[in-house]
Design a protein around this ligand. Structure first.
Ligand SMILES: [Zn+2]
Length: 121
């Protein structure tokens, strides 16, 4: 049913986050709400480079529900975030996901980093 492929949705509360996200890991998340028809609507996607649970806690109050996925590395989390951004085009993401400072990683879906990648240090 979900096209995101993420786990959830769960309520965006301390209790539900602690219950669902038990590992300290990089990962991606989607914030949104579940409508009366039972579908999960994504408002915003993001990633955590090392601690998904802590990142989700920062968003408590900004949405009702969340979904998530662990990724083994921050590079994979970045690439997954880019794919989610392009696939879903969430209304809460006004700009393309940024890559971590100091990396030359590129988006798997577009050329946004092609020039800045060469200009960076
Ligand atoms: Zn892109």
């Amino acid at each position: 049913m979900s096209k995101t492929g993420l786990c959830g949705p769960y309520r965006l509360t301390f209790e539900a986050i602690d219950c669902a996200v038990t590992r300290v890991s990089a990962g991606v998340y989607a914030l949104g709400h579940t409508a009366l028809d039972g579908r999960f609507y994504v408002n915003h996607v993001g990633r955590a480079d090392n601690d998904l649970r802590r990142k989700l806690r920062d968003h408590i109050g900004s949405a009702n529900m969340f979904k998530y996925e662990y990724l083994p590395t921050s590079k994979q989390a970045f690439e997954r975030e880019c794919v989610l951004f392009h696939d879903i085009n969430p209304p809460g993401n006004r700009v393309h996901p940024d890559r971590p400072r100091g990396t030359t990683w590129t988006c798997p879906r577009c050329q946004i980093f092609a020039q800045s990648g060469q200009a960076a240090r």
